[in-house]
Design a protein around this ligand. Structure first.
Ligand SMILES: [Zn+2]
Length: 301
């Protein structure tokens, strides 16, 4: 009898470990769908090794992989009501973190996940091996860098977070960039691509590396009528020198004299937090509304 229990225990432990390593195959080279006309030539990026890993992949606006279908709708307005399938049902988002990451880097990614679970009613949960749709957080080699799809794509969905090297923390110096990319996967765009952004920021096209000028396009009015103020502090806002031709040449500056700094990659701003909770209907229930509204105001930067 005792022996049987031992076998059962060994089997259970083995089975758990086995299912933990049951991972989908992820090729080193990925070709994320990108709209026609948006440059994605990896070879053309060789000279940009020292640039921000968020802007190196050469995807739409630097770090978003999008389909032609989505890109075309962006131009005429992508509404969540029109694309409910891009939302994660019930705010539940299964995830897999690649075992290729060092334990410290896994901890950084988990920290981002815990922050989102704490500050919103969205629930990022370890993939049970069965859910069809889930995030696959992976150190993709080509295109490397920090990048993500916007909203739920269906199936295994890559969130690429390039691990640190001796020369750069890349996407995992802190949890900030992981938060940024996961927020894309939850359906949030870059703040400075809002339709009304020209009232708040000035784009210095003369300072943008020419082939990246498209990254500073605006979304359509319908798509970006968030009921929140323009947020200079957003973790989804570009920094002043993104895609700049050189030092001291800002590509984007504030039109408000009091605002000196643009964007950050440290923590959710109050509005980032409110926006996510609003998008995932966390404010619909009076009890969770109060809870998450308070959390955003206390913990948002
Ligand atoms: Zn981004």
């Amino acid at each position: 009898m005792m022996r049987l229990w031992v076998i059962v225990i060994i089997f259970t432990v083995f089975h758990q470990n086995y299912s933990r390593v049951l991972l989908p195959h992820v090729p080193d080279v990925l070709h994320p769908p990108v709209p026609d006309g948006v440059e994605t030539d990896q070879n053309g990026l060789e000279g940009f090794e020292n640039l921000d890993p968020e802007i190196t992949p050469g995807l739409y606006q630097g770090d978003m992989a999008v389909t032609n279908e989505i890109y075309n709708y962006w131009r005429v307005g992508l509404k969540w009501e029109t694309f409910p399938e891009k939302m994660w049902p019930n705010g539940t988002v299964p995830y897999v973190i690649s075992p290729l990451y060092e334990p410290g880097d896994q901890a950084t990614i988990l920290k981002a996940i815990r922050i989102l679970n704490m500050m919103t009613c969205i629930r990022l949960v370890p993939w049970n091996g069965k859910s069809k749709d889930y995030l696959l957080i992976w150190p993709i080699k080509y295109p490397k860098g920090c990048w993500s799809y916007v909203g739920r794509q269906g199936g295994a969905q890559i969130v690429s977070l390039q691990p640190p090297t001796t020369s750069s923390p890349n996407c995992l110096g802190t949890e900030g960039r992981a938060l940024h990319e996961i927020m894309h996967a939850l359906g949030i765009f870059h703040e400075q691509s809002r339709w009304d952004r020209d009232k708040f920021v000035k784009i210095h096209y003369e300072n943008i590396i020419p082939r990246f000028k498209g990254n500073f396009e605006k979304l359509s009015l319908e798509n970006t009528t968030y009921s929140f103020e323009y947020d200079y502090d957003s973790i989804m806002h570009y920094g002043k020198y993104y895609f700049s031709i050189g030092k001291g040449k800002p590509t984007i500056t504030s039109t408000m004299p009091r605002v000196k700094k643009l964007g950050q990659r440290k923590a959710l701003s109050i509005n980032d937090c409110l926006k996510l909770n609003d998008l995932y209907k966390c404010f619909d229930n009076p009890r969770t509304r109060r809870k998450y509204y308070n959390i955003c105001n206390f913990l948002g930067v």
